[in-house]
Design a protein around this ligand. Sequence first.
Ligand SMILES: Nc1ncnc2c1ncn2[C@@H]1O[C@H](COP(=O)(O)OP(=O)(O)OP(=O)(O)O)[C@@H](O)[C@H]1O
Length: 480
Amino acid sequence: MVPSVENWAAFGSAIGCFALLWSSLPEHALRDARDLITSWSPVLASYFNPYEKITISEYSDDEKFRKNKLFDVVATYLRSKCMEGTGKLKAELSNEDEDTHLSLDEHQEVVDNSFHGYRMRWYLGKTSKYSNANIVIGNDEDTETRHYRLVFHKRHRPFVLNSYLPDIIQQGRELIAKNRRRRLFTNAERGNYFWIHIPWKHPATFDTLAMDPGKKNELIEDLEMFQKGKDYHSRVGKAWKRGYLLYGPPGTGKSSLISAMAHFLGYDVYDLDLTSVTSNHGLRKLFLDTAEKSIIVIEDIHAIEDELTTRSKRKKETNGDELQQLRLRYEKEKVTLSGLLNLIDGLWSSFGGERIFVLTTNHFDRLDPALIRQGRMDMHIEMSYCRFDAFKVFAKNYLNIDGHPLFVEIQQLLDGTNMTPAEVAHNLMPRGKRKRNDVDECLERLVETLKKPNLETGAPRKSPIERPTRQKRARWGNMC
Ligand SMILES: Nc1ncnc2c1ncn2[C@@H]1O[C@H](COP(=O)(O)OP(=O)(O)OP(=O)(O)O)[C@@H](O)[C@H]1O
């Protein structure tokens, strides 16, 4: 219905009367009327507007320089889920993994439909970082900050607060952990002990690892159980940690396995150089400084153990004179095997959750029983010479083949020979520029090498795999 001229005239005169009345009000009445309207306006607005908003700013409100972690979590979630159908995207090269990342461009909206048909509208906006500040230093770019705004219908409020937000935060966090570039830490000392790190670039994963398939699957399942075991560990009152002892000759893939574990779990690796730590106190500090979701590695534990045992023997041999007392005091400060074990398994082992210890050795038989007693290292993993199953992984990865007429001969040779995976890998690498017949050439070279005596020892490749003897197994219990 079109309003008539009379209606418009009546409406105009009503407005005129209201304006006249308003201007004739005394100052205090004007103020009261203004306050009344201001206090009622949100109520009126919310009555007529069925939507609610949640804003997630890029920077914390209290500390303008501290990034709000939730902003990145939401950005990561949205990047993974709902970029389809969005008109304007932004591309950038990530510092973390140097991959191109697409994200929502400013002032763009995206709808997340992935939760049982609920329509969750996200908008990326920009505001001034110093909107409340009096003095602004720097150019405009520096002073602007972004925010995500979630818009949803009022009736979906319980769903958003109780299900949607917690769920997307968890998904976003998991994605960040998965995509995060792993770091390799090593300990250093300058008056005090601390960790320094570089990006973890070891490329070995479980796919590239040549290892008995049964053992590999068992380990993967064990790692999966560990990762999901937070509730289990707190229920049974155990520190959330796990210990693996990797043993086997050099070049059988112990370091490669650690890399595969780190990639699989998404953990950082702390490579502890125990020889440069001179006190139990320092060792404790280093352990306490490691982050959750990490693998703490102590390589060649047999050598370190020899050193620690010698130190403690020296300690016992000292007699009472003053010089000896001084030495004793000094020695007391030093790292001891029991100090180390206490951190792995004793009172101090609960210094933080979700940590994995990996000890490696080329000489299982030289380890102190205290170090490998039942329950201390949860799994003992033998990294052995290359057998046919492991060779097939190399053939696939290095030569991209699943079969070849030489496979039968190679299987026989590998079964009767002790060649390390490192040597097999070395032989399967194409040499020179020639590309044709690389496969034949590599396999023939491998066969030739397998028939030759061991390069290092000169002995025919027949020696038995280094295994603990039966007596030693009995001494260590049925751990292996
Ligand atoms: N099981 C394996 N699977 C895949 N590659 C392997 C394996 N074992 C060895 N290699 C190859 O040999 C190289 C050396 O192996 P790695 O350093 O993992 O052995 P290691 O047992 O840790 O040796 P060390 O005891 O001397 O430290 C690796 O870079 C990899 O190319």
